[in-house]
Design a protein around this ligand. Structure first.
Ligand code: GLU
Length: 373
């Protein structure tokens, strides 16, 4: 299975967690990076594009700031990231130059990817760097983001970057071996799961918080990332990254870590972006009939099926679409503002112009802008 999947891979995103890259309080671990550089050089030699999503800025900065603990306040974290990010990049540069590889820094915020033009711009820059044979090293722009603009964690960022660059594989290098049947730190009977076809609620419940105390993600954020990429037909492998040589072993098809198998039915890049990168500005509750035609027959959302509107949003916003029981089952981009939708809800599309004095079209959400989750 793995070998089959790996055969098609031409472009990969490699996410490196702080726990893998840094050694305790001593900041970035140069010997890890030297080994990584050798493996990336070998992959590039096989014609595979490699995009790195690297954590470690905060961890590297903490050491430089002389903080003994992880910074707790936002300004402290941002200061640590500011001082750490340049150190992190210098360490990458030094390690990769040993293999004649150049690296480039790209710092992103969630806003950058939620804006379609900036998304496309970032994509253009990344493609150009790759065409020059350069290895992009991406991190969240920690020094400027506020909570509303955060990706949250780099697992999520790596999943969105995978969609951005249309990679065929996401590799998450972390400080545990992969997904276990239970928490291996507390349950000696826990065993490693080699292959996951569908991420279940039980898996999500069982995935605990962060293990190492240096990164922000735990297994839960890795599952969320795997879920996002497998929906667009991309595989993900979560494996122990600290042990040198594991990246090459995984890429040669060895059964290390946990492989998340791509879903049969795929979302295209734009729909993936609507479902996972955009931040919903409100919600629309539909009636049972509308739920049925949206979910089962891939139709557009018409005003007649709308039961309730929550939040204030403009035309062009992303909204959650809720079933009559309140459960979210879809997301989409609206063609009318929340106030307009309130006025036309439960009406026939032919009445829109009469009610509003104008019309953009028959649909509140066109099916091309609608994703069933
Ligand atoms: N962006 C953070 C850093 O570079 C890490 C976030 C994460 O590990 O999820 O330190």
């Amino acid at each position: 299975m793995r070998k089959e999947l790996l055969k098609k891979v031409k472009r990969i995103v490699v996410k490196i967690g702080s726990g893998v890259l840094t050694c305790g309080e001593n900041g970035v671990n140069p010997s890890f990076l030297a080994a990584l550089a050798a493996e990336v050089a070998a992959l590039r030699g096989r014609g595979i594009d490699v995009i790195i999503v690297s954590s470690g800025a905060v961890a590297a900065g903490r050491q430089a700031l002389g903080l003994s603990d992880r910074p707790t306040t936002l300004p402290q974290k941002q200061a640590a990231a500011a001082i750490g990010q340049s150190r992190l990049m210098r360490a990458y540069e030094e390690a990769f130059s040993g293999y004649e590889l150049k690296v480039a820094q790209i710092l992103l915020t969630r806003d950058d990817l939620a804006n379609r033009r900036r998304f496309q711009n970032a994509r253009g820059t990344l493609d150009t760097l790759l065409a020059f044979g350069i290895v992009p090293v991406i991190n969240e722009n920690d020094t400027v983001v506020v909570d509303e603009l955060k990706f949250g964690d780099n697992d999520n960022l790596s999943a969105l970057v995978t969609n951005l660059v249309e990679a065929q594989l996401l590799l998450i290098m972390t400080d545990i071996d992969g997904l276990y049947t239970a928490d291996p730190r507390t349950d000696p009977a826990a065993t490693l799961i080699h292959q996951v076809r569908a991420i279940t609620k039980e898996m999500e419940r069982g995935a605990g918080g962060s293990g190492s105390g240096v990164g922000t993600g735990g297994m839960a954020t890795k599952l969320a990332a795997a879920k996002k990429v497998t929906r667009s037909g991309v595989a993900a492998i979560v494996f122990a990254g600290k042990e040198q040589g594991n990246l090459s072993r995984v890429m040669s098809g060895e059964e290390l870590g946990t492989l998340f198998i791509p879903a049969g039915e795929c979302l295209n890049r734009r729909k993936h972006w609507i479902a996972f990168t955009l931040r919903p500005a409100g919600s629309i509750m539909v009636d049972a009939g509308a739920r049925e035609v949206l979910a089962k027959h891939g139709k557009s959302l018409l005003p007649s099926g709308i039961a309730k509107v929550e939040g204030r949003f403009d035309r062009g916003a992303c909204v959650r679409i809720l079933a009559p029981d309140g459960a979210e089952f879809a997301r989409g981009i609206v063609d009318y503002s929340s106030q307009e939708i309130v006025r036309i809800s439960r009406q026939q599309s032919s009445q829109i112009e009469q009610i509003l004095g104008f019309r953009y079209g028959d649909d509140v959400i066109h099916r091309d802008n609608l994703v069933i989750l």
